[in-house]
Design a protein around this ligand. Sequence first.
Ligand code: C2E
Ligand code: CA
Ligand code: CA
Length: 808
Amino acid sequence: MTEIARRVRQFVQALVGKSATGQGLGRHRMWMVVAVVIFVGGTVGSAFAGLAVARNGSQKSHDAFASSSSEVASTLQLSIQHERDLIVSASGFVAGNPTASNAQFIQWANSVDALGRYPELVGMGHSVIVPAAALPAFAAQAVTDPAGPLAANGTFEVVPAGNRPFYCLSVGAISKSVQTAFPAGTDFCATGPSGVAALDSRDTGIGAYLPIAAAKATLLSIKVPVYRGGIVPTTIALRRAAFIGWVGMAVVPEVILARALVSHPEIALTLHYDAGTSNVVFRSGHAPRGSQSLATNLHNGWTVTTFGAVTNGGLLQNGNGLGVLLAGTLLSLLLGILLFVLATGRARAFRVICRQTAELRHQALHDGLTGLPNRALIMDRIEQLLARSSRQGTTGAALYVDLDEFKNVNDSLGHAVGDRLLVAVAARLQSTLRDADTIGRMGGDEFVVLIDGGSLQVAPEMVADRLLEVMHQPFELAGVAMPLTVNASIGIAMGDRKSPGDLLRDADVALYQAKAAGKNRYEVFHAEMQTEIQNRIELEFDLRSALEGEQFHLVYQPIFNLDDLTMVGVEALLRWDHPCRGIVGPDEFIPILEQTGQIREVGRWVLDQACAQMADWHSRGNLMELSVNVSVRQLDDEFIVDHISEALRMSGLPATHLVIEVTETALMRNTDATTKRLHAIKGLGVRIAVDDFGTGYSSLAYLQRFPVDRLKIDKSFTNAITSSPESKVLIGTLVQLGRDLGLTTLAEGVETPDQMVFLRGEHVNEAQGFLFGRPVDAQTLETALRPCLPKAESTDPTVDVTIAGGVR
Ligand code: C2E
Ligand code: CA
Ligand code: CA
């Protein structure tokens, strides 16, 4: 309802020239014009229709009036005819009985039932001319049989009284009542105009019709001359000579008129008699204002004029026509509004659909979080890129960008922060690129940058370098206390490919290599990488059955105290005896195990196995320390603490002789869960070492947070001792740091006596490396230990070493 009201308002606004939106204005105007045309057209059409209806109605009304008038006229004519019949009949009687007495006349009148058959008849009579001389005789006769009431004293007296040469007196008369009866001596010829008319009628032979005033109404007096022989003589003289008298009657004309109007109450009429000296008009009914009239000649001097309301043919005067006009106008208005409402509604719906379709299209092709093109659109863009490159002979490139350790951000700071970081990363990457380059999000923390060969002014490697560089700046995110440092790895694929999928796959392979090569770098795809990937896929497959197939075994690398060069412990390192490939190193398969999650199971096996082995050595008097590597994924598992204590319990190895090695990058994730678990592990009595120390690129704040006992300085520093003075300085700093924090330090990868000498000079506590001994299986190590000599037999016997505690 409100929607319709709104659109009607729009319609009105459109009418008065105000429209809502600029874009909608044109369409609104157009539909408004159409609506107005419909309204005007409809109104004009309605006017014509109304006019036709009015005309038709008027015609019908006219016809009805004419037909009513003619009916009324016929009825009147019949009544007049009827009256005339009575007169003719009375005339016949008088002509045949010129001397008939009053009694005889009454007898005749009764015989024809004059009063009964003619309700309008007040009275009728037969009168004659009585000369003055004959009056006494006439009076004497009249007293015996008076044709009307005598005077009060019972005598016959002429009315009006007076002496006149002749008198026109009734010889016979009947009347409806005594009140309407004329006195017996009434001189009809002395009653003014009617008397004159009566005498005229004698001469003309034409009956006289005259109004006469009676007590209550005006009556119509009819006087018809009667001549001897019953016919009207041709001349006045002859007529005077043959004249017998008159047949007269008085009628109430209203009765006749009312009878004529019985079935036409809407009609008024006048009845006009005009002949000879008679000119009389009777009226009945009330003519409405502005009514029409129709005169009908009834002949014999009678004319009837009827009056009646006739529907006007004019549109505004005709109710029906006006109704049609108004209804049509209203309908056109509603139709116009309806059309406008529907049309603009349709147009609006169309616009909404267009907008939504565009939105859907955008949604279908763009990433909801960052607004960047999504995989589908990127694939399409790569297809265009490849087509353009092959046409123009240029070399386009796809850069597959993947954030390093993004999962840690999600895990430690939550997905909301992760999402914010992705948006920030997308914006930063985008700002680094030129307009010609395309960046899209493939999902998760993966982005793809396309570099068009045609606009390739810089090598894709340089673009990758720039991208890595901008990523080094920490991200300051709202609601996150510390700036976040995120690195990325990039795989680059260049040149022609059969399909977009091929180019993308190659970039992905290169990315994998970049990750494998230590992350935070880029690699350019080359054909051999494909084999490496294939290799990886096979390894992944074979690893699934490795544990069950008992293809794993542990080797142990000795750890020496640098002060007295005694062997104080071993680090357990995992090996895989691949049925076809032979021994596979952990660097190749540990990342796969981590990725598939198998590391939890395998790691537990390592713990059990190594603890059991060390407990066995302990039982045989070699009280060494055991170092076991624990990966990030293992630390994520809440059961790690149980697994460690279980391994210790099962083997009987004292917790104090177990060191858990956790890489620096694993510790830097700095999650509450990790902290909690490390404390729990520490609570068992187990010590914790930071593996690969110094390779991290973040602050060392975690060292205060975690219960760390030992720093294992990464072998890359040891390696660089001889070549780089900075490395020496750095090692010095790291050792100092350890000392300050009360931690023991261990140098990994010691291969040369020079390195050992330097490390001893720096007061590094312990060392590990090929110089002291390569990782060997338990058996081999045992044979090396068995002689229980101060000089331990190393696999690399370039240095004299002793084994702590000796071997029994
Ligand atoms: P890592 O924990 O740093 O282990 C030391 C690695 O350095 C070993 O490689 C060892 O053979 C090598 N190494 C020792 N002395 C020298 C030397 O003087 N020069 C050189 N160039 N290398 C030396 P390995 O056994 O191949 O292990 C590689 C990595 O695999 C380990 O690095 C460790 O991170 C991981 N790893 C091995 N075993 C396990 C395990 O059971 N669990 C887990 N989670 N990771 C393991
Ligand atoms: Ca280690
Ligand atoms: Ca290490």
